[in-house]
Design a protein around this ligand. Sequence first.
Ligand SMILES: [Zn+2]
Ligand SMILES: [Zn+2]
Length: 459
Amino acid sequence: MDSKTPGARDFWFLPLGGTGEIGMNMNLYGHSQSWLMVDCGATFQSPLEQRLDKDPHAKVYDVVAADPAFIEARRDQLCAIVLTHAHEDHIGAVTEIWPSLGCPIYATPFTAEVLRRKFYQKQRFENLPIIEVQTNQTLDIGPFTVTWLAITHSLPEPQALKITTAVGSVFHTADWKIDKQPVVGKPFDPSTFIAMQKQKILAMVCDSTNALKPGFSTSEKACEKGLGSIISRAKGRVVVSCFASNLARLITLVKIAKANGRYVALFGRSLENMVSVARRCGYWPDDLSITHSRHIGYLPPHEVLIIATGSQGEPRTGLNKLATNMHRDCELESGDTVIFSSIVIPGNEKPIEKLVNALRNREIEVYQSHACEEVIHATGHPNQGDLATMYDYVKPNIAIPTHGEAQHMQANANIAQKQGVPKQLLGSNGDLFVMAPQVQMKRKFVATSRIAISKDKDR
Ligand SMILES: [Zn+2]
Ligand SMILES: [Zn+2]
C-alpha cells in the first residue's frame, strides 16, 4: 500500500476542487483502501490556474473543472460519486469526467433527472449507472455508510450527507442555509442535526460562501412579497432575471404574474429545461401555465412578465438580447421594468453594469437586489447566524470550512471556534485533512490543477 492510500484506521478528506475557491467542487473521502467522491462540479469563464482567478488579462475558458488525475489513477479504489444537489458547481463536470472513472453515481430523483439530460445532450443514453436515492436513506457504499439528509438551499432536493466509517462519522453539509419557508420542499428541520450531537461527529465539512455576512440568511418566501410589490406597481412589461435552477423563485414569479393578470414567457433554454424537469419530478404546480415566447410580443405590455436568463451579464442570453434590442420575440420600451432577482457574483460587475446602463439609457426601470429596499433575492448559503446555529446543533470535534475563498473559510473557522468546536482545520485543494487516527494536515498531499471541458448546449 502506498502512502497515498488510506488504511483501515484512517479517515481522510481530500478536496481536489472547491476549497479555497467558490466553484468546481470535487471532494474525496478516503478510508480502508477506498475513496468516495462527493460532487464533481464546474466553474465558468475561468483561467486554468487558481492564482490567475483575479487577473483581468488571464486567458479564460468557458467551462473548467478540477483535474481528476489523482483519482483516475486509483479508479479501482473509487466506490462511487455521490451528488449532493443539481447546481453546476456540484454536477457540471460529471458528464465529462465520469467516463474515465466508470463508477456508480448516487443522486436524488431531481438531481438524477438534471444529470440524465446532460448525458443525453452528449449523446449518451445507455448504461448510465445512476442510482436514485431518497432523503433519509442510508446505504453502504464500500466501507462507507452514507445517509442522505434533507437540508435547505436554493433548488429542489439539496442533501447534506452523514458519512460513517469504522473509525468515525463526518457531517458533509454541502450547500445549505436555514430556511423555514423554502417554497419548494420541506422547511429546515433542526431535529436531524440536533440528533447528531449524540453521534459524536468527528468533523463537519461546511459551506463558507456567506461566512462574512452577519445575521441570518433570508428565507426564499420573503422574495414573494418584495417581487410582488414591484410587479404589482409596474405599468409596462416586467422582465425578471434569475438563476434557472432556483425553481422556488420561478414558481413564485409565475404565481405573482397570475395574481396580477400577466402571462409568463421564458427567455432562455436553461429556464425551459428547468420547468420541464420540475414537471417531470412533480414539483411544478398544475395551475401555473407558461405562454410560448413567440406569443408574448403580441400582448399588451401590462399583461407581460418575462423570466430571462442572463442576470450575470452573460452574452447571448435572454436578458442581453432584450437589453440590446436583439430578441426576436419581444422589444422593450421606455416604462418597462427589469428586475435582477439575483446577486452580482464577484467578477461579473462590469458586464452587469454594462447591461444595466444599456437598459437605463432606454428609460427602462431597473431593480438590483443590493440597491433595492424590497427583498427580491434570497441567498442559498449560510450567514454567520446560520453557521453558529449549526455548529451548536451538531457539536463536531473538528470544523473543516470549504466552499469559499481563504477569507470566507477563515471567517467560518472563527465562528466554529466561538461556538466551542475544539479544532478547526483550514486548507485548500490538494491538502489532506486527516480526521483519524490523529487529527492533522498534510499540505500539498496531491498536486491539483484545472482542466477545460466542453460546454452544455443549454447554457
Ligand atoms: Zn455550491
Ligand atoms: Zn448549490
